[in-house]
Design a protein around this ligand. Structure first.
Ligand code: MF3
Ligand code: CO
Ligand code: CO
Length: 393
């Protein structure tokens, strides 16, 4: 339609659950002044059906807004609370604790933004048909994925080079943020569902989605750095777990085994293989070493969307549907625990930790299925630092 002289004041919102026109707003989102896009529902039924997943939006928004204007202690508390200088009551599973989170880093205006950068709510992603259908990428999309994934690799490598006892995970975040922007990209995690930082840093018993903060890395820690870059309209996602100084034998075995789990999973990728096989291969290797596989977080399709179909569990006897086809791009990112597989979530709504407080390691690549097998789009480069003893000649 054209020629209309009056724009509607408010565009019609679509239901966060079913995408139908929505006229109801979650009252808690209204109270917290959260973006209307993620707070709209078409009916009480959809609101109620969404509640178990929707409610974490309130926690995450707290995490993001608590430290907006100044550096400070921020523990991302229960609903309705903002910041405090005290730790929340929580049955911490290990010895790690949250530390202050620095203020939101700036992104220069020439950087192309994903749709959540401004208000914390991805709009295209949850409504896309690519949540149900696995896209076959065009040669042009694949060329962009290659470029973006190479940048993501170089950004992660820059982070790897500064890892040593005495630096903070916030300093890792600064390197990731600055290197991403220097390459012309946007750090995809920044403000994704209100995530407050530009990468995830997961120390010791943290399984994934740790928020970079003021904690200083100690000799003997392990730390995973998970980088995702948005560049030329596509995302590239990878992570690695690093040793901080001298690490005990048991942790070194855990990290190496996790690396091998990813390698073995990648080795089966080719057209015709069932997605559910990935979890069988990973579980076989992890359990042989006496380790367990995390179930709550999975590999995912990736491209113009950060997270989309297929969903790829890393554990055995999973119910993933479908077979791999040439032109698909997805991640495999096993999280392997020294103790029990079960995870718990910190009160910040992000940090996933092991239920028994024992350590967890992870490695991730973005992959392309080719006619004959697989291309590791985020693979190591000749310039990548030599940080894994088992890769030395
Ligand atoms: N990079 C993570 C993954 O592998 C996702 C991080 S989302 C964030 O899928 F919001 F926590 F950053
Ligand atoms: Co991922
Ligand atoms: Co990742």
């Amino acid at each position: 339609m054209s020629g209309g002289d009056s724009e509607p004041k408010e565009s019609t919102l679509s239901c966060a659950r079913c995408s139908n026109p929505a006229h109801l707003q979650c009252p808690k989102c209204v109270e917290l002044k959260l973006p209307r896009e993620g707070a709209a529902f078409c009916s009480q039924d959809c609101f109620k059906a969404s509640w178990s997943s929707h409610k974490s939006v309130h926690l995450k928004a707290n995490a993001a807004t608590g430290g907006k204007n100044d550096e400070g202690w921020l523990y991302c508390l229960r609903k309705g609370q903002t910041r405090t200088s005290k730790l929340p009551h929580f049955d911490w599973t290990g010895s790690l604790r949250p530390y202050p989170i620095s203020s939101k880093r700036d992104v220069p205006s020439h950087i192309e933004l994903p749709d959540w950068a401004m208000n914390g709510v991805p709009k295209i992603e949850p409504e896309s048909s690519l949540q149900h259908v696995v896209e076959i990428k065009s040669p042009e999309q694949i060329a962009r994925m290659r470029e973006t994934c190479k940048i993501a690799r170089q950004v992660l490598d820059a982070a790897a080079r500064i890892i040593q006892p005495g630096i903070t995970t916030d300093e890792i975040d600064r390197v990731v943020h600055d290197a991403t922007i220097a390459a012309g990209g946007y750090p995809s995690p920044l403000n994704y569902h209100f995530f407050p930082k530009s990468c995830c840093t997961s120390v010791n018993e943290v399984i994934c989605h740790g928020i970079p903060d003021a904690r200083v890395l100690e000799d003997g820690d392990i730390v995973n750095v998970d980088v995702t870059v948005y560049y030329k309209g596509v995302h590239g996602d990878l992570n690695e777990t690093y040793f901080v100084g001298n690490v005990d034998e048991a942790s070194r075995k855990l990290v190496q085994c996790t690396y091998e789990c990813l390698e073995k999973a990648i080795s089966i990728v080719k057209p015709g293989v069932r997605f559910r096989e990935v979890g069988e291969v990973i579980n076989r290797h992890a359990s042989t070493s006496g380790f367990s596989v995390v179930k709550s977080y999975c590999g995912h399709g990736i491209g113009e969307l950060f997270h989309c179909a297929p969903n790829i569990p890393h554990y055995a006897r999973n119910k993933a549907v479908g077979v791999m086809k040439a032109g698909q791009t997805f991640t495999i990112e096993p999280m392997i625990n020294a103790g029990v597989w079960r995870d718990r979530m910190w009160p910040d709504g992000w940090t996933a930790v092991t239920a028994d407080g024992k350590r967890s390691a992870q490695f991730e690549h973005t992959l392309l299925v080719t006619e004959t097998g697989v291309e590791v789009l985020t693979g190591r480069l000749p310039t990548s630092p030599d940080v894994f003893p088992w890769l030395k000649a």
